[in-house]
Structures are given as structure tokens and as C-alpha cells.
Design a protein around this ligand. Structure first.
Ligand code: ARG
Length: 270
């Protein structure tokens, strides 16, 4: 365990304690008031966890509001599905545990549907296609993923970027620097602490477009698999999953998905 990792695990633990104490179901649970009938499940505000350091998918604006493509998608889905949602910023590390603990009803966080994750949670139908993209300094001689083999590479801990880099360099390679967020990894690239970062294309491209001064370029590699993002629910929560899938199908059918896509990415979606 790296220092960053350990420190972060502590912070995440604390966040969980705070979340348990301060939000979610406890607010709505009437304390043993026999007279008040339990609210029908459809009326309860569902708590949606998201790691809001992932522009343009989820981030916090100046007012502290959580915004982004994922947020717009879930709000549109919720409307169709007849559910009410509120978003709670949730660190990536430990985000999946919040489902099992019941602190979050579902997650939207540019989460790639993977066979491993499917073993411990359930996913909606895919709502977005992505792939890994490499960021390096503009003067780097990297032209393909293989070239990273001997470099120090930054990734967000526990992401699919971490997974592919682990396959190339060896999971326990000291050349893999794991960060608690993707922006932190990119900052480290700027500072020269790593020589490359591997992360989701949308986030890397957005960072470059908005940080021209960083002096980065991107390198794509046809060997990276297509990934698909899904909404994650606690394993077995078929009722919620069905509602989310219905909502997703409806926003895709009536053009709202395309409108949201265009408002964040410009071009029409596939
Ligand atoms: N798609 C990648 C994965 O699922 C990275 C997602 C990170 N999301 C975030 N909000 N930090 O592993």
C-alpha cells in the first residue's frame, strides 16, 4: 500500500462514517413513530453516489453543485422512472462499498461495466462508450501504449486505466503511480512526477482542451478495448434496475439522450 493509498483509505473511512451519521436513509426514517405509515418506496429520495472529480461527466461547480453529463442523464432517467434523486459526492475509492452498506442507492460515475465488477454489483444497460487514452508531455516520443512499458505512469487507483497499465507494467510495478483522482494524476504529469497518464478518453481530452498551458498531447492506441459506462446498483436490486433501464430506454427513444449528449460533447451521439 502506498502512502497516498493509505492516507486516502483513512479519509474514505472517515467519509463513510460521516455519511452514515449525516445523510441518506436516517433522515427519512421516522424514529419509532407508529402512527406514521412508511413512505412508499417510490417517494423516497434515492441517494446517488458519484466521484465528482471527473469533468465533463461529474464535477462540482463554484457553487458546490454536482454537475455534468452523468448528472443530466440520471436526472432525465429519474424523471421518466418516476423516482427522485439527490447526488452525493463520494470518493472513487470505496464508492462500490457504499452500495452494499446501503449508503447509496445507486452510482453514476463514468463506471465501466466489467466482468469483475458484475460479480459484486448489477449494472444498467450501457449509456456511454469510452476507451482509454494516453496523455504525455508534448515532446515525448511515445506513439503507442507499448512505449509506456519503461515509463512512470500515473492512473486513478482502481480504475480501468489502472487495470490496463497493470497488465503492461505488472500490477505491482513501482512505476505505476496510483492517485485518488484522475486530475491529480494529470497534475503530476504536469509536475514531471510521471511521464504518462492513462485514463478515460473523455476526461483526458477535456483536460487537454481546457489546460492548453499544461503542454500535453494525447496518444491513442487501437489495442484499447471499447468500454461501456453503466449505472450501478446493489447486487440483486432488480426493481431499481428495471426502473433505471426503462428510463434510459425512454430518454434514448425520445431524443433527450441526444440533446444531453450534444450539450456536453457537441456532436451527435452514435
Ligand atoms: N471508467 C473508469 C472505470 O470505471 C474510470 C471511472 C472513474 N470515474 C470517476 N468519476 N472518477 O474504472
Amino acid at each position: 500500500m502506498t502512502t497516498i493509498h493509505r492516507r486516502f483509505a483513512l479519509a474514505a473511512g472517515l467519509a463513510t462514517v460521516l455519511a452514515l451519521a449525516g445523510c441518506g436513509k436516517q433522515e427519512t426514517a421516522a424514529p419509532a413513530a407508529a402512527s406514521a405509515p412508511p413512505a412508499p418506496s417510490a417517494a423516497r429520495v434515492l441517494v446517488v453516489g458519484t466521484d465528482a472529480a471527473y469533468t465533463p461527466f461529474e464535477s462540482q461547480n463554484e457553487k458546490g453543485e454536482i454537475v455534468g453529463f452523468d448528472i443530466d442523464i440520471v436526472n432525465a432517467v429519474a424523471k421518466k422512472a418516476g423516482i427522485e434523486v439527490k447526488f452525493v459526492n463520494t470518493p472513487w475509492e470505496g464508492i462500490f462499498n457504499t452500495l452494499d452498506q446501503g449508503d447509496r442507492d445507486f452510482l453514476v460515475s463514468a463506471i465501466t461495466i466489467t466482468p469483475e465488477r458484475r460479480q459484486t454489483m448489477d449494472f444498467s444497460q450501457p449509456y456511454f462508450d469510452a476507451r482509454q487514452l494516453i496523455a504525455v508531455r508534448s515532446d515525448a516520443s511515445v506513439t503507442r501504449f507499448e512505449d509506456l512499458k519503461t515509463l512512470k505512469v500515473g492512473v486513478q487507483n482502481g480504475t480501468t486505466g489502472d487495470e490496463v497499465v497493470g497488465k503492461l507494467l505488472g500490477k505491482s510495478s513501482a512505476n505505476i503511480k496510483r492517485f485518488e483522482s484522475t486530475p491529480l494524476a494529470l497534475k503530476e504529469l504536469e509536475a514531471g512526477g510521471v511521464q504518462a497518464v492513462v485514463a478515460d478518453n473523455g476526461v483526458v481530452a477535456h483536460y487537454l482542451a481546457n489546460n492548453a498551458g499544461a503542454g500535453f498531447k494525447t496518444v491513442s492506441d487501437a489495442g484499447f478495448a471499447t468500454e461501456q459506462y453503466g449505472l450501478a446498483v446493489k447486487k440483486g436490486n432488480a426493481e431499481l434496475l428495471a426502473r433505471l433501464d426503462k428510463g434510459l430506454a425512454e430518454i434514448k427513444a425520445d431524443g433527450s439522450y441526444d440533446r444531453i449528449y450534444a450539450s456536453h460533447f457537441g456532436a451527435a451521439s452514435k
